[in-house]
Design a protein around this ligand. Structure first.
Ligand code: DQA
Length: 153
């Protein structure tokens, strides 16, 4: 009997504003790793787990919203670090809830151990889960969790 060919799951990774500065930006909080190094780690996992990844960084809220909306038929899941928009963006939250895309939110830092204005995430209520506080590992743990979620469906 022919083995069933499973279509590869597709995941969109979005890095929000200022994350292109990783490595230079407040290394005491965000570490010394550059965004490309985080992306390489994510691609390695994707290869091993046989999922397709598209990775984008944008500092523009509207662009992030558009990527989510336009990707609604293309992607099975979304891994997102909304960065500063975490705390302000009703638009990104609505794009996630409006498309119903399975979402895992990640943060390098523990936003609850920082300034009070970072304690509220508008994204968490529409995400399946959130991984935060583990530096770049938040991304790799988040991706593994998202792949598990998608494969369980
Ligand atoms: C961040 C936390 C946000 O509060 C901040 O604005 C960021 C990065 C994190 O990954 O820890 O830009 O999302």
């Amino acid at each position: 009997m022919k083995p069933k060919t499973k279509t590869m799951k597709r995941i969109l990774v979005i890095h929000g504003p200022n994350l292109d500065l990783l490595g230079e930006r407040e290394p005491g909080i965000y570490g010394r790793l550059r965004l490309e190094q985080i992306n390489s780690a994510l691609k390695k996992i994707a290869k091993a787990k046989k999922v397709k990844l598209d990775i984008v960084q944008s500092s523009y809220e509207g662009q992030i919203v558009e990527r989510i909306i336009k990707g609604r038929d293309k992607y099975d899941g979304l891994l997102i670090n909304p960065a500063a928009y975490t705390h302000t963006s009703v638009a990104i939250r609505d794009a996630i809830s409006g498309t119903g895309i399975i979402t895992v939110e990640v943060h390098l830092s523990n936003i609850y151990a920082r300034e009070e204005f970072r304690h509220k995430s508008l994204i968490s209520p529409v995400a399946k889960g959130t991984v935060l506080g583990f530096g770049p590992k938040s991304y790799t743990l988040g991706l593994l969790a998202l792949i598990d979620l998608l494969n369980a469906r």
